[in-house]
Design a binder for this molecule. Structure first.
Ligand SMILES: Nc1ncnc2c1ncn2[C@@H]1O[C@H](COP(=O)(O)OP(=O)(O)OP(=O)(O)O)[C@@H](O)[C@H]1O
Ligand SMILES: CC(=O)N[C@H]1[C@@H]2OC[C@@H](O2)[C@@H](O)[C@@H]1O[C@H](C)C(=O)O
Length: 360
């Protein structure tokens, strides 16, 4: 931990015949404050174990879906694994833009015998981008319709939109803001852990919106950022849920109804600010992600965007819940042939780059 040793070697031949010549060597010390920061990472053991545990879970899921299709691992060329985002810090949140997805690809490759492409976001970020959203390339390849402009709205933990016309370099895509993250946190608190989310919209349907809290939520600094922009748990996670929960004298059902209105309003305002001024009108908005399974959310989002048609992605014959995983299957396949799959107009990267890392 004191320094980084850098060597340049010339290596001829391979295996037992390999011959290594040391060409140069430098030792570059770390500054003391950097060493202190590395030493102070608060819970490296949990992070280390979770990386491998997630790898096991992802491997089991991959083997299960292959079996479900009536295939064997040997029939599959490549696995694309997005991983679990544990931190996402674009330039708006950190002087060291960075992002971390875990779920060890070596474990997946070892358990399945299939090569894995993983860690898709880092190269885009290294090229000056946000590292997100990455789904626009997939939306354009799979769902574009000649002559039409379609919006693809994901409502996951975070919500993001891709607006797709004929040309890849003309895509507008960005994170609109909160999806289900705030709702999930409140649902857990309201039901003392009985429900992990606002299941089927049953909690948010019972309350009324608290206008003063909604107005305060909409002053969140994320909304002042123009696209390209991306969000995460850092802005819309537990800290925000705690703030909401601690607002005095409110009924729990009114708080969750207000949180749902927050997602609806933040998303609709993103269309009004950036999408509609640029495109005029859209063929339709196709919604995917868990939020599309919340009827209260879908009703209020459709009503807010009317007369724009709002449908679930299933209307195009593609199951909405499968979209993000399918996206990373496509990005993994394109990694193998060297196709750049980030969309600089969406992420803000300086250039198009090949995404992902290959674990053979
Ligand atoms: N039946 C349902 N009723 C209400 N909410 C639901 C329902 N099913 C799923 N959800 C919500 O959807 C969320 C998961 O959505 P999804 O799987 O699209 O997100 P993710 O992919 O994990 O997040 P992200 O898209 O931000 O990466 C759950 O946390 C939950 O809040
Ligand atoms: C850092 C990260 O994991 N971001 C996710 C998250 O979930 C939705 C939204 O925020 C989006 O930007 C992204 O996922 C999709 C798949 C994307 O990159 O397009």
């Amino acid at each position: 931990m004191d320094a980084v040793e850098a060597v340049l070697c010339q290596i001829e031949e391979t295996g037992a015949q390999a011959q290594l010549k040391l060409v140069a060597h430098l030792s570059r010390p770390f500054p003391p404050d950097f060493i202190q920061r590395v030493l102070s990472v608060s819970d490296p053991r949990t992070l280390c174990e979770l990386n491998f545990e997630l790898g096991e879970r992802f491997a089991e899921a991959a083997l299960a879906v292959i079996a479900h299709a009536g295939l064997r691992p040997g029939d599959v060329d490549i696995i694309g694994s997005h991983g679990q985002t544990v931190a996402h810090l674009p330039s708006s949140l950190s002087a060291t833009p960075s992002t971390l997805q875990i779920g060890e690809a070596s474990v997946i490759a070892e358990r399945t015998g299939i090569p894995v492409v993983s860690d898709f976001r880092t190269r885009d970020m290294a090229a000056g981008g946000q590292g997100a959203p990455l789904v626009p390339y997939f939306d354009w390849v799979v769902f574009r319709k000649p002559g039409a402009v379609r919006a693809f709205q994901n409502i996951g933990g975070i919500a993001n939109v891709s607006v797709v016309g004929d040309r890849l370099d003309d895509i507008l895509a960005f994170d609109t803001g909160p999806g289900n993250m705030v709702l999930d946190g409140l649902a857990r608190r309201i039901t003392q852990g009985q429900l992990q989310c606002d299941l089927d919209g049953q909690l948010s349907r019972q309350g009324t919106v608290i206008p003063s809290i909604l107005a305060e939520l909409l002053t969140h600094p994320f909304f002042a950022l123009p696209p390209p922009r991306s969000a995460g748990r850092e802005g819309f996670g537990e800290a925000l849920v705690t703030w909401l929960w601690e607002q005095p004298r409110n009924k729990p059902e009114d708080l969750i109804t207000t949180a749902l209105a927050f997602t609806v309003e933040a998303t609709a305002r993103a269309y009004e600010a950036y999408v509609l001024p640029r495109y005029g009108s859209l063929e339709a908005v196709y919604v995917s992600g868990g939020g599309s399974r919340n009827p209260t959310l879908m009703e209020r989002f459709s009503a807010r965007l009317a007369p724009l048609p709002v449908r679930t992605l299933d209307a195009l014959g593609f199951p909405e819940g499968a979209k993000e995983a399918a996206c990373f299957a496509l990005l993994a396949a394109e990694h193998l042939v060297g196709t750049p799959t980030n969309v600089p107009s969406a992420t803000g990267a300086r250039r198009r780059v090949v995404l992902g890392k290959l674990t053979p």
